[in-house]
Design a protein. Structure first.
Length: 309
């Protein structure tokens, strides 16, 4: 089965995974905005710890209206832009299209399902250190595996082919038996490090090497575990130590929210913080330190919004 892929949000995540698929010989169609002219002329360059590569020529587009219907649509844009999907997705869909939201946080799939109840929707959880270094150029410095789970209308044959395509493209790929479990597990890492690097204006490395901030990160991880458990997601507490050990071995890194803040882009506060805090509270557990971090981020976002006016 030869699948046709679309990448919506060709930034660090979408560009890396879509680039891998294209480099491995899959048909991939990429949506660009400001970088369209540059990439159309120069292609997409990936500097990777697994070996550098160049996707050129490339199927690049300015609008989804100009793109063909595809078998798999990978949405890798920030969740702050998800309000646009109702208009962006229809040109890309046929009756069996699979839409995979490779995004951070909770609540994205059910919001999309309200608009597309008959579409196969999946969630993707990327564990990767990658960032844009210039027009049409992405740096991949660590990790890279992708986990995908079904939210609605499963299509097992297509999902298995997606797994094969990613594995053939040198991307470790796992199928999550429980998407909600996978999303909460990613939040155990995302919640402390995304927000703390912003409010403390630092990197993951410095957080881990400073006793007070390391303890704060650990405390927040434990809150997320307890929040998940209140919601029926049984994450073992030892998982916190696994995340701490992994972060100790990680190359110095600024998570996506820190990069967004530094570049005056809207932060994904709602999906990474507000939704998990609200959902855990509805199930009887208050993630108090996480809520405090959410409120600090909301303040910083409001100040950023004022400066843009």
């Amino acid at each position: 089965m030869n699948l046709k892929y679309a990448i919506i949000g060709t930034g660090a995540i979408g560009g890396y995974y879509g680039g891998r698929l294209a480099h491995a010989g899959n048909e991939v169609h990429f949506l660009f905005h400001s970088e369209y002219d540059y990439v159309k002329s120069h292609g997409l360059i990936i500097d990777s710890i697994l070996g550098d590569f160049h996707v050129s020529p490339i199927n690049a587009y300015r609008s989804t209206a100009d793109m063909p219907a595809c078998d798999v649509v990978i949405v890798a844009m920030k969740s702050t832009q998800n309000g646009q999907l109702k208009e962006m997705l229809p040109p890309l869909l046929h009756k069996n299209t699979v839409v995979i939201l490779v995004q951070n946080g909770l609540g994205m799939e059910n919001e999309l399902a309200d608009a597309f109840p008959n579409t196969t929707i999946m969630g993707g959880i990327a564990f990767i250190c990658t960032f844009r270094v210039g027009p049409g150029r992405i740096s991949h410095i660590d990790y890279g595996h992708l986990t995908v789970g079904v939210y609605q209308n499963p299509q097992d044959e297509i999902l298995n082919q997606i797994r094969k395509d990613f594995e053939n493209a040198n991307v470790p790929f796992a199928i999550a038996p429980d998407l909600n479990d996978a999303r909460w597990r990613k939040l155990v890492w995302n919640i402390p490090y995304n927000g703390l690097t912003v409010v403390l204006n630092t990197s993951t490395e410095v957080i881990m090497k400073t006793e007070s901030s390391r303890q704060l990160a650990r405390d927040m991880m434990l809150e997320v575990v307890e929040g998940a458990r209140a919601c029926g997601v049984d994450i073992e507490r030892e998982y916190v130590n696994d995340m701490l050990r992994m972060t100790d071995s990680m190359k110095p890194y600024s998570p996506s929210m820190k990069l967004d803040f530094d570049n005056s882009r809207r932060m994904e506060i709602r999906t990474i913080y507000s939704n998990p805090v609200r959902i855990a509270r509805e199930h009887g557990y208050l993630m108090s330190k996480v809520q405090m971090l959410e409120q600090q981020l909301q303040f910083l976002q409001s100040e950023m919004d004022k400066n843009e006016k």
